[in-house]
Design a protein. Sequence first.
Length: 380
Amino acid sequence: MSSITIIGSGLAGYTLAREFRKLDKQMPLRIITADQGDFYSKPMLSNALSKQQTPQQLVNTPAAQMAEKENIEIINQCMVESIDRDQQVLHTSQGEFSYSELVLCNGANQIKLNIDGDATDEVMRVNSLQDYEAFYQQLQGKKHIVIMGAGLIGCEFANDLGNAGYQVSLVDLAPQPLGRLLPPQAAADLQAALSAQGIHWYLDNSVSAINHSDDGYAIELCDNTRLQADLVLSAVGLRADTGLAEAAGLACQRGIVVNEFMQTSDAHIYALGDCAEINGQLLPYVMPIMIGARALAKTLHGEYTAVNYPAMPVMVKTPACPVVVCPPPAQQHGEWFEEIVEGGVKSLFKQDDKLLGFALTGSATAHKQQLSRSLGQAAD
């Protein structure tokens, strides 16, 4: 009998399971996950503190309830060790599981920097509910937090920690926050708003050493600046988890390579979410996961459906300065045109007169829908 197995119980895995169950109530559907398998919203991890939410309150639906509600077999606390593609069998820490169709939704791993010092193993990383629970416990009684990385996650955590009353210092190699997403004026607007909240910036810089000290951690930056912190959080980025796929001989580059049907180089194996690479792009955001899951559910049901991504603006959770960005396509030639408006910055990325992307801060975020509809057309 045909069956579908999903590896991973994050947003991609559970959204796919839910979408498939709308089409087929009975086909055996299994999720194998390394953690508890509780359903929660991972994007909410970076703004839970100011909402005074405990890790337990972030769980939307416990695993047992998800299993009953969606008619899913959930194998939790289970590590998948290898994929036997010839026999279509998974070898795991809890035995062997066969599959007809397999979907890899195993996400991405936090990048770990090579830093000197005797306290580098104590740097915190938040990439799951379990990570957040450990971070939450360590925060109790602390005051000053140093965050490595001023990208999307680093800025969101900085805003959240600042709102919750912590002193925050942000360190990043780039000369501005959200260096890969925002043009200069928009980045300056975000930086100013977070600075007004008390965030301290150490840009064009990086951490060279983290050592224990009597008062927590002594942090040395590359320009010889020294900081004292009670806790260090790394938010320097994610790398698609391709280890299992590579070991199975699937085509991988920055992520697990998939076609327009989210299908890997093996016709019976698919990939979705942070681990997948489509058209040379990694799309580790909520909207492409939701859109991809709906298309893949139809494909797995026998109705081959190519994923078709519309404009997908990314909303950065920095209430001090709301940010919406729709990055231009990779390697696309063009130029940013920035306009300071009352209460924000409106930035358009154009090639000749064609709008290919935008970045909006503050009051300018009101233009999100209009600009999304205008992408690929002549811009005002």
